[in-house]
Design a protein around this ligand. Structure first.
Ligand code: FEO
Length: 394
């Protein structure tokens, strides 16, 4: 455990989790993660902004003890999810005088999930401020980043924004600040894909709202702090925009090689037409990489063999997730092979009901691809090129 001073009166007191490899029992974490908690000491009052995952609550408590704190007056909870609120029960046990500062929806979730006594919560509303003496916290409601109760907190005098999950990324690093923007960009885009992408339309407005605050720093709840807010705000503005790339993402599984051959042919045909292609073999794909690729691709082609009467279960899993994540993909199709029957294409297309895509005619064949299949795959590549030209990306 270690605390780091950001500027006078403001310290990072969170926890680094280098070992964590999965989140929500779903999302791989190749670089671990951190749970950032920030201590803000004003001339009259002291506030902690967000806590840490319950597995790391001792780190937080020891960081606070090492700083020689004699009291905490407020714990601001920007988001009820347990990786940020989970140490709250222990904090309240140790410091019963603490007021939990959050919005009404978040209070209700904290009561339900952590059995926090409702009377320990001071409810705040959009735009309200909380004075710590010479430092002032202002709260803005930002629902659906990525839960309904999410809010952000702005430290006005120091111009530091604490947006919790928004603008964060899963990375455990000994560096307090982002130094390698290329690495941060990739991690933050992956995080956006996994967590924020379904709420793209809400987030559009928040990006501009935060720009308007003109923060000097953005201190999220995961990963290093942004000392160059423009970097992450520009990246978000691009990801949430309606623009897509001249690119095709192909998640696939092949059991006996037929679907693999179809993927390989289509990949080559698309490259010949000047289209970028990202095939993902789902038998060994990190699902976070697939999500990342979906952020701004124009087209998805799902490639599946037929298991009994439908798509391969790993394809079902990836298609279900892609549909939940609601990428801004514009076109979709299905390719694959069957032995004796099945309705793979219809099943996949029906599963994409959250994504407003135009479906391009699938290519589903019996057995190994023959000349007719090659002609059909070339036709699909032509269809994709035509569509990409129509939206001026090819
Ligand atoms: Fe990092 Fe939504 O919790």
């Amino acid at each position: 455990m270690v605390s780091r001073e950001i500027t006078k009166g403001i310290s990072w007191v969170g926890a680094l989790d280098f070992d964590r490899r999965i989140f929500d029992e779903l999302i791989p974490l190749p670089d671990g993660t951190s749970y950032n908690s920030y201590l803000v000491r004003g001339s009259e009052k002291t506030a902690l902004i967000d806590t840490v995952d319950p597995t790391k609550e001792e780190d937080l408590i020891l960081n606070l003890i090492k700083l020689g704190l004699d009291r905490i007056d407020y714990v601001v909870i920007n988001h009820a999810e347990q990786d940020h609120s989970g140490a709250l029960p222990m904090l309240l046990e140790m410091c019963p005088q603490v007021k939990v500062v959050t919005n009404e929806k978040c209070r209700d979730l904290l009561v339900a999930m952590l059995q926090i006594p409702p009377e320990s919560v001071q409810v705040i509303r959009d735009g309200e401020t909380l004075s710590l003496g010479d430092k002032t916290l202002r709260f803005f409601m930002t629902p659906w980043t990525h839960w309904p109760e999410t809010q952000i907190t702005y430290l006005q005098e120091d111009r530091i924004l604490f947006p919790c999950d928004l603008f964060g990324f899963h990375m455990a690093s000994s560096e307090l600040y982002v130094t390698d923007e290329a690495a941060a960009y990739r991690s933050a885009k992956r995080y956006y894909a996994e967590i924020m992408m379904p709420f793209r339309n809400s987030i559009k407005g928040y990006v501009e709202k935060v720009r308007g605050l003109d923060p000097a720093m953005i201190a999220p709840s995961h990963g290093p702090i942004h000392r160059n807010p423009k970097f992450i705000l520009d990246a978000y503005a691009d990801w949430v925009s309606d623009s897509v790339k001249n690119e095709v993402v192909i998640p696939y599984v092949s059991m006996h090689g037929s679907t693999q051959k179809m993927v390989e042919h289509l990949t080559g045909a698309l490259i010949e037409r000047g289209i970028n292609v990202k095939p993902f073999n789902l038998t060994h794909t990190d699902i976070g990489e697939l999500a990342l690729a979906l952020v701004d691709t124009a087209t998805i082609v799902v490639a599946t063999p037929t298991v009994l009467f439908g798509p391969h279960p790993q394809i079902i899993n990836a298609t279900y997730l892609a549909n939940l994540l609601k990428p801004k993909v514009r076109f979709a199709s299905v390719i694959g092979s069957f032995g004796w029957g099945g309705k793979s294409a219809e099943t996949i297309v029906k599963m994409l009901d959250h994504i407003k895509v135009e479906v391009l005619e699938p290519v589903v064949i019996k057995g190994m691809p023959d000349e007719a299949a090659i002609v059909a795959l070339n036709r699909l590549a032509d269809d994709i090129l035509k569509k990409h030209k129509e939206i001026n990306i090819a």
